[in-house]
Design a protein around this ligand. Structure first.
Ligand SMILES: *[C@@H]1O[C@H](CO)[C@@H](O)[C@H](O)[C@H]1NC(C)=O
Ligand SMILES: *[C@@H]1O[C@H](CO)[C@@H](O)[C@H](O)[C@H]1NC(C)=O
Ligand SMILES: *[C@@H]1O[C@H](CO)[C@@H](O)[C@H](O)[C@H]1NC(C)=O
Ligand SMILES: *[C@@H]1O[C@H](CO)[C@@H](O)[C@H](O)[C@H]1NC(C)=O
Length: 408
């Protein structure tokens, strides 16, 4: 215990030294609402595979074509995470998809952009094509309010004049690596557009250029069950410590949140030898290269279910189902048997049958050895806390209170 006088002195010293502009240096968290839209039976797997294909295509030939293809964040999207973001002063609130696989932030798909005294039109037009969706419009500088205390006075944002493939949302909050914005402006510039995370860090609002993401397994269709933290991590959302792995140097995985990882089934069955892939909030399933999926099928006895496109196992096979072990940078994360199941209470939402058991591991749609051989999607991220650390070029994972939950 400090004597009161010392505390008072400390307080006064701090008060004198304090920046007159009040900024909050603690990590700030924002709730994420999960929306599950599975109105078409084919959506789930096809959406994920289409996204995987466009993510891979973007890096073809060693030349990254970010303006051509980034990903497919919304069209027929099975799972989206939406946050309410303010733009302008007074702020208009927009529902934006939070996407780690793209980096332009833009509004105007649904609710029209409302100009205020903080809106500054630039001379650039902007255009991004995402798989089967797209937007184009004009780039503005405006004040963006992510949450109370997380205000960016001068954020470059797109304002869509046309968009396709976006229903029920107003645009995207792009929190992928900044290089994904190169080539999206016209007249063309070689520079990137700082992301909201970059600007918060550059302005000193957050002291670490990183974000922490928490998803929890859910068995209901629509719920607030995610949280994104800027400038740090939320220790109430994970257990133990966060282990980091450097971003991979392998293309095209390195254009995203890419890491090297190997996957094992049970104690000794190799499913995928160490290779590059990505961590992605926009993919619902865990996708692995076709040849790896063949090994997983034979290890588990799973068959392809024609109605859903997912793998299916019997209850006997489920009782024998072993954990999948994901190893990255020497640390292994165990995805339990229950965590490999699609939530059974949601079977009918994907065109399945209530009594059946479907798996969340599926086919990337291409063989291994192409520089992006797996995607750790939502099914993985709802079991492990994730950290996207721009400053140190690394991704972190930690176990959570839900890692071994048997909610499925
Ligand atoms: C759900 O998906 C269907 C078909 O893709 C689409 O027509 C509908 O607008 C979507 N609903 C929402 C709320 O996004
Ligand atoms: C606002 O940002 C733009 C580009 O990001 C930059 O050119 C401009 O100088 C900034 N203005 C202020 C006042 O910081
Ligand atoms: C990842 O794997 C590739 C291919 O084996 C290797 O070249 C690279 O050094 C590994 N590590 C990183 C951080 O990329
Ligand atoms: C599932 O689809 C495959 C390939 O299209 C077909 O050969 C098989 O007969 C179908 N199975 C059922 C039960 O419909």
């Amino acid at each position: 215990m400090f004597p009161t006088t010392i505390l008072t002195t400390l307080f006064l010293a701090l008060a004198v030294a304090a920046n007159p502009i009040l900024i909050n240096r603690s990590p700030i968290s924002l709730p994420l609402s999960r929306r599950l839209n599975l109105t078409s039976i084919d959506n789930l797997l096809k959406h994920d595979q289409a996204r995987a294909k466009s993510l891979k295509t973007a890096g073809t030939g060693g030349v990254f074509q970010s303006a051509a293809v980034v990903n497919e964040p919304i069209t027929n999207q099975a799972v989206t995470y939406v946050a309410s973001i303010g733009v302008g002063s007074p702020a208009t609130s927009y529902s934006l998809i939070v996407d780690t696989g793209s980096s332009n932030t833009w509004v105007g798909a649904g609710k029209a952009y409302v100009k205020t005294s903080t809106s500054v039109k630039t001379s650039n037009s902007v255009s991004v094509t995402y798989g089967s969706g797209s937007f184009s419009g004009t780039e503005y500088l405006d004040q963006v309010t992510i949450a109370s205390g997380l205000v960016i006075p001068n954020q470059s944002i797109g304002v869509a004049s046309t968009s396709s493939g976006f229903s029920g949302v107003d645009g995207i909050l792009g929190i992928g690596p900044v290089d994904l914005t190169v080539g999206t402006l016209s007249p063309a510039t070689t520079s990137s557009i700082p992301t909201v995370t970059d600007n918060l860090f550059a302005n000193g609002v957050i002291t670490a250029d990183e974000i922490g993401v928490s998803f929890e397994p859910t068995t209901v269709q629509s719920i607030v069950n995610g949280e994104i933290t800027w400038g740090g991590t939320d220790s109430s959302k994970f257990t133990g410590s966060i282990n980091y792995t450097p971003l991979t140097t392998t293309s095209p995985a390195r254009y995203y949140w890419g890491i090297n990882q190997s996957i094992r089934y049970g104690t000794s069955t190799t499913i995928l030898s160490s290779t590059a892939g990505i961590v992605d909030t926009g993919t619902t399933l865990i996708l692995i290269a076709t040849n790896a999926l063949t090994k997983y099928k034979s290890a588990t006895g799973a068959v392809v279910d024609n109605a859903t496109g997912l793998l299916r196992i019997t209850s006997t096979q489920y009782s024998n189902l072993k954990s999948l072990f994901f190893t990255t940078n020497g640390v292994t994360y165990e995805l339990t048997a229950n965590a490999q199941l699609w939530p059974r209470s949601l079977n009918t939402y994907i065109g399945g049958t209530t009594s059946r058991i479907y798996l969340v591991v599926n086919d990337l749609g291409s063989p291994s050895g192409q520089g992006l051989d797996f995607i750790n999607g939502y099914a993985f991220l709802e079991r492990f806390y994730s950290v996207f650390d721009t400053a140190n070029n690394r991704v972190g994972f930690a176990t959570t209170p839900y890692t071994t939950a048997t909610t499925n």
